[in-house]
Design a protein around this ligand. Structure first.
Ligand code: SF4
Ligand code: MG
Length: 331
């Protein structure tokens, strides 16, 4: 199990120190697909980078804990972290083109990952690489293993990235917008592939996306992020049927019925507040159709709407009678 507790990340930006991630808390079981969803700039990718300890130079973790099983990821020395990264904890990024080394054959890159993180060497590692290339759907892997990345399409490169990440049999895989750079039919194929492999390997998958359609087809649970904070966590089916946070409700209302694939979250009025903005109250208040006078001055805490469903909104604070017509889920 991967457990993130009160994670806090600060960035040193032009405007001064800004809190990019504030009190993030979630846990992912092995064998589970957990979606972290939100508009761009809300802190999703920063979360992934913090978990991998790959934050940019101007960023640092200023609080919290990340545990994978009994390993405290944030406390590991860098050498130990290198073993975890690409070993127990795999990652695939949005841009396969920039993640692969352009001057190294794709097969050698997979072999290198296998040799670094497993006991296999030489011919055995190469055989394993070929086997994984076949499993991720690359035709003629015995021949393609000696290709350079430029000879492959975007979709094939992303398949190579997946092969490289999974060949070391990670317990958890972080996939940050793994299909955003690909065209729609390839996107669906890659997502199906990830879904199958996640099941076969019984990995935990943290799927980061701005696309709610991807979430509904893939994830068992969802966390919605807004301006550096998680504002709602729920089982996916419940999130889509009964979203509680006004932001979630607005997003789901904004989705066209029927084919939802490819719809970005940027469909609701207003924009994510810039990170340097200080908040006294609810970060969503400027965009919230249900905002109450005290929302701008009172900080909403995460509250349990049920044992599996949490929401950060003053309408759901126990003991505060809410105007029911305001929180009715979208028709
Ligand atoms: Fe809207 Fe207030 Fe809830 Fe924030 S706390 S989401 S402003 S109702
Ligand atoms: Mg991102």
């Amino acid at each position: 199990m991967m457990k993130i507790q009160d994670l806090e990340v600060v960035l040193d930006a032009d405007a001064g120190l800004v809190k990019a991630i504030d009190g993030l808390k979630l846990s992912i079981e092995r064998g589970e697909t957990f979606a972290l969803v939100g508009e761009s700039g809300c802190g999703k990718s920063m979360t992934a980078l913090a978990l991998m300890r790959l934050l940019p130079e101007n960023g640092r973790v200023t609080g919290g804990q990340v545990r994978i099983g009994d390993v405290d990821v944030l406390d590991l020395p860098e050498a130990g972290m290198r073993a975890v990264r690409g070993g127990r904890l795999g990652m695939i990024f949005q841009e396969p083109a920039t993640s692969l080394n352009p001057v190294m054959k794709v097969g050698d890159q997979i072999v290198e990952a296998i040799e670094t993180h497993t006991a296999l060497r030489g011919a055995a590692a190469r055989a394993k690489a070929i086997d994984w290339m076949r499993r991720v759907g690359i035709p003629e892997p015995e021949r393609r293993i000696d290709d350079y990345p430029f000879r492959m399409s975007g979709g094939q490169k992303q398949r190579v990235m997946i092969a490289m990440a999974l060949a070391t049999e990670p317990d958890f895989l972080i996939a940050d917008e793994p299909t955003t750079a690909l065209d729609v039919t390839i996107q669906a194929q890659i997502l199906d592939l990830l879904k199958d492999l996640q099941r076969e390997q019984r990995m935990g998958l943290l799927l980061i996306t701005h696309d709610l359609a991807v979430v509904s087809g893939m994830a068992q649970r969802v966390a919605l992020m807004y301006a550096g904070q998680i504002v709602e966590v729920a089982p996916a089916a419940e999130f889509f049927a009964r979203p509680l946070h006004p932001y979630a409700q607005a997003l789901l209302r904004a989705l066209p019925a029927g084919d939802r694939r490819g719809v970005a979250l940027e469909a609701i009025p207003g924009t994510v507040p810039p990170m340097w903005l200080q908040f006294e109250g609810c970060r969503f208040a400027p965009r919230c159709a249900a905002a109450m006078p005290h929302c701008a001055s009172t900080l909403p805490e995460m509250v349990d709407a049920s044992p599996t469903h949490q929401v950060r909104c003053l309408l759901h604070k126990p003991g505060v009678p809410a105007a029911p017509e305001r929180i009715a889920p979208p028709a």
